[in-house]
Design a protein around this ligand. Structure first.
Ligand code: PLP
Length: 412
């Protein structure tokens, strides 16, 4: 995947680290080799361009810039103001919402983005309605182990027996618990999320109850599909949209918060000073490079291939007799439910790693095992599509996974 120029850059970075900290350079080299000698099916990862790596590893890390553009608490911020402003402009352009949404590009991660979004519109103890974690929701959507679950009163909607979002359950719970916020979006959900339908439910609830329930979409996973038109957009529909920049967007590790203009002040305050200190301007520069890359026509084609490869791979598992949660996929990931094989997600993950295939175990709807062991594995096609995998490659990997699962099942 790496060109000669990329390899020259990587060699220069390695030499610079080695000159100062050889032990660190040795570990970095090992990780480079691991990444390049294994198949990566982790749905939340990707391989970034050298331009993204270079911006993330640049001298912009030297600058402190607490506050917002033109309202900083340190001097010397005029230049980083330019990069943060450009980054904001580009991300609004990527999602086509330059006039209708505000964006804060400072969150250090998706979790930080979600926490700041909650801080902007909730008070401790407020009720939030989000997707059940075992059905696909993220840790930051109210896990009791996460501060979201400790600070706020999360109520969860589920999926149906077919594995798709149970919109009737969502509607019922919305009326029962009158939440301040509804969160849609997930970590391990392979079907299209009907943002417009959820908006209509929230609007109907608000009209009837007099509540002002807000709607937030966490599109950490599907952001790239939204950009490329392979998933309906939450923009124009949701009051707040959060995402990560390092999954399907294929960029620097970090988070973004978009909000309707009237929430801009509250969101900015919730990021700084609410939940973060100085922004990472080197990462903001890298996020800006990511946005430029997403605006290129090649990016749309990349996402098209991610989605096609995913559908083909999921279908191959179905043909081999596996249970794919929700019966297939509309996006960049799918979940294999291994319950019937007797093999745990943990055992599958460990065996596959021995065989050079990297993925993660995941709870499945109606999970019977612990969250540590799980009955499923999550499979994503974004990273290897970046490295040029096509349908035949993914089909071959599906058969290698099948061999490993059969091997484990034979030992049960
Ligand atoms: N939201 C969703 C839906 C996610 O899947 C993730 C990460 O996997 C996050 C938020 C958190 O992102 P981060 O790991 O950058 O904190």
């Amino acid at each position: 995947m790496y060109s000669k120029n990329d390899m020259d850059y990587i060699a220069r970075v390695s030499a610079a680290v080695e000159a100062s900290a050889p032990d660190v350079a040795a570990i970095m080299k090992k990780e480079f080799e691991r990444q390049n000698s294994t198949v990566n099916l982790i749905a939340s990862e990707n391989f970034v361009s050298t331009a993204v790596m270079a911006a993330a590893g640049s001298w912009l890390t030297n600058k402190y810039s607490e506050g917002m553009v033109a309202k900083r608490y340190y001097s010397g911020c005029g230049v980083v103001d330019e990069i943060e402003l450009l980054c904001r402009k580009k991300w609004l352009e990527v999602f086509g919402v330059s006039d209708t949404y505000h964006v804060n590009v400072q969150p250090h991660s998706g979790s930080q983005a979600n926490f700041a979004a909650y801080t902007a519109v909730l008070k401790p103890g407020d009720t939030v309605l989000s997707m059940s974690l075992s059905d696909g929701g993220h840790l930051t959507h109210g896990s009791p182990a996460n501060n979201s679950g400790k600070l706020y009163n999360f109520v969860h909607y589920s999926v149906t027996d077919e594995g798709v979002i149970d919109y009737d359950d969502l509607e019922r719970k919305l009326d029962e618990c009158s939440p301040k916020l509804v969160v849609c979006g997930a970590s391990s959900y392979s079907r299209t999320i009907d943002f417009a339908r959820i908006r209509a439910l929230v609007d109907a609830h608000n009209a009837e109850s007099g509540d002002n329930t807000l709607l937030m979409a966490d599109i950490a996973h599907i952001a790239g599909l939204v950009v490329a038109g392979y998933h309906p957009t939450p923009f124009g529909v949701c009051d707040i949209v959060t995402c990560t920049t390092h999954k399907t967007l294929r960029g620097a590790r970090g988070g973004l918060i978009f909000c309707k203009l009237e929430l801009a002040g509250a969101v900015d305050k919730a990021v700084f000073p609410g939940t973060q200190g100085g922004p990472l301007q080197h990462i903001i520069a890298a996020k800006c490079v990511t946005a430029e890359e997403c605006l290129k026509p090649e990016y749309k084609d990349y996402i098209r291939r991610v989605v096609e490869n995913c559908a083909i791979m999921a279908q191959e598992f179905i043909s081999m007799g596996y249970k794919v949660v929700a019966g297939g996929t509309d996006n960049h990931l799918f979940m294999l439910d291994l319950t019937d094989t007797g093999v745990s997600g943990l055992a599958a993950q460990l065996e596959l790693e021995k065989r050079g295939i990297i993925l993660n175990r995941n709870c499945v709807p109606g999970e019977k095992r612990s969250a540590y062991e799980t009955s499923g594995v999550r499979i994503g096609t974004a990273p290897e599509t970046t490295r040029g995998f096509g349908p035949d490659d993914f089909i071959k990997v599906a058969h290698r996974i099948d061999e490993a699962i059969k091997y484990l099942a034979s030992k049960e």
